[in-house]
Design a protein around this ligand. Structure first.
Ligand SMILES: [Zn+2]
Ligand SMILES: [Zn+2]
Length: 253
């Protein structure tokens, strides 16, 4: 298993990061991508990844779009040269919180899309309450070479198919799939099947049941694996194999 979306550099892990990584290695999760949310956060992600032998991504979360550097290609250049950084993100649209104005979110999304295409890097998308606008922007910006994942996917079956069939994107499935009220998401997973899926924790957030309410960590991802295997009526080992291969292919691990 590969945790395709974690925030292991988050301060929530400052006190016991080493133990968290050890528990990850003691579980069936072999590695993780620690995802950056702004320039400084992406630097920390790369540092932690280097120290613990993990991977990282560099990007500007839509929440942080309003504070982004003027030229992200220049600002991110040194980070993109490091061995640890394997993707651009998280970038996208969050019209639920609207912490940055929507036009600013869109501008940052477009510039990160172009940067990723220029550098032949995959993208990690964060999309909340904004799937329709996201799909419009992808139609405008994205050529066939687009590679990426819609992380923490919580949309419905039609949106899942639009990303997968329309753009060849992966869907990142996290703890939400185990929540009682997430039947539409489970229906969407059943509809697209295992082929386009990645697994993730988004830790320290969104712990899967039965860990819900606790700080999340990569070792807990086995609960999400179990749920996805049940939804798809597959062996856990089959879901493990496909999602691990998907993460390796997407991030070139
Ligand atoms: Zn996110
Ligand atoms: Zn995240």
């Amino acid at each position: 298993l590969i945790d395709s979306h974690a925030h292991l550099h988050d301060k929530a892990f400052d006190a016991d990061r080493e133990a968290v990584v050890r528990r990850m290695h003691g579980s069936s999760v072999e590695t993780a991508v620690s995802v950056g949310c702004d320039l400084e956060d992406s630097r920390r992600a790369a540092e932690v990844a280097a120290r613990y032998g993990l991977y990282a991504s560099a990007g500007i979360h839509p929440h942080e779009a309003k504070n982004a550097p003027a030229d992200i290609a220049v600002a991110f250049e040194p980070l993109l040269e490091t061995r640890e950084v394997v993707a651009i993100g998280e970038t996208g649209l969050d019209f639920y919180y609207d912490f940055s104005p929507r036009d600013v979110q869109e501008r940052l999304l477009r510039s990160q899309l172009r940067l990723a295409l220029e550098r032949s890097l995959p993208l990690i998308f964060h999309v909340r309450d904004a799937h329709e606008r996201m799909i419009e922007i992808l139609r405008e910006e994205a050529p066939s070479a687009l590679r990426g994942v819609v992380h923490c996917f919580t949309g419905d079956a039609a949106q899942a198919r639009a990303y997968v069939e329309g753009f060849g994107l992966f869907l990142g499935i996290g703890g939400v799939a185990t929540f009682k009220n997430a039947q539409p998401l489970r229906d969407a997973i059943a509809r697209v099947g295992v082929e386009p899926l990645l697994l993730e924790t988004d830790c320290p957030y969104l712990s899967p049941n039965p860990m819900r309410g606790r700080r999340n960590e990569p070792a807990f991802m086995t609960h999400t694996l179990e749920t996805v295997a049940q939804i798809l009526r597959l062996e856990r080992s089959a879901v493990d194999r496909v999602t691990t291969n998907n993460a390796r292919a997407l991030f070139k691990l």
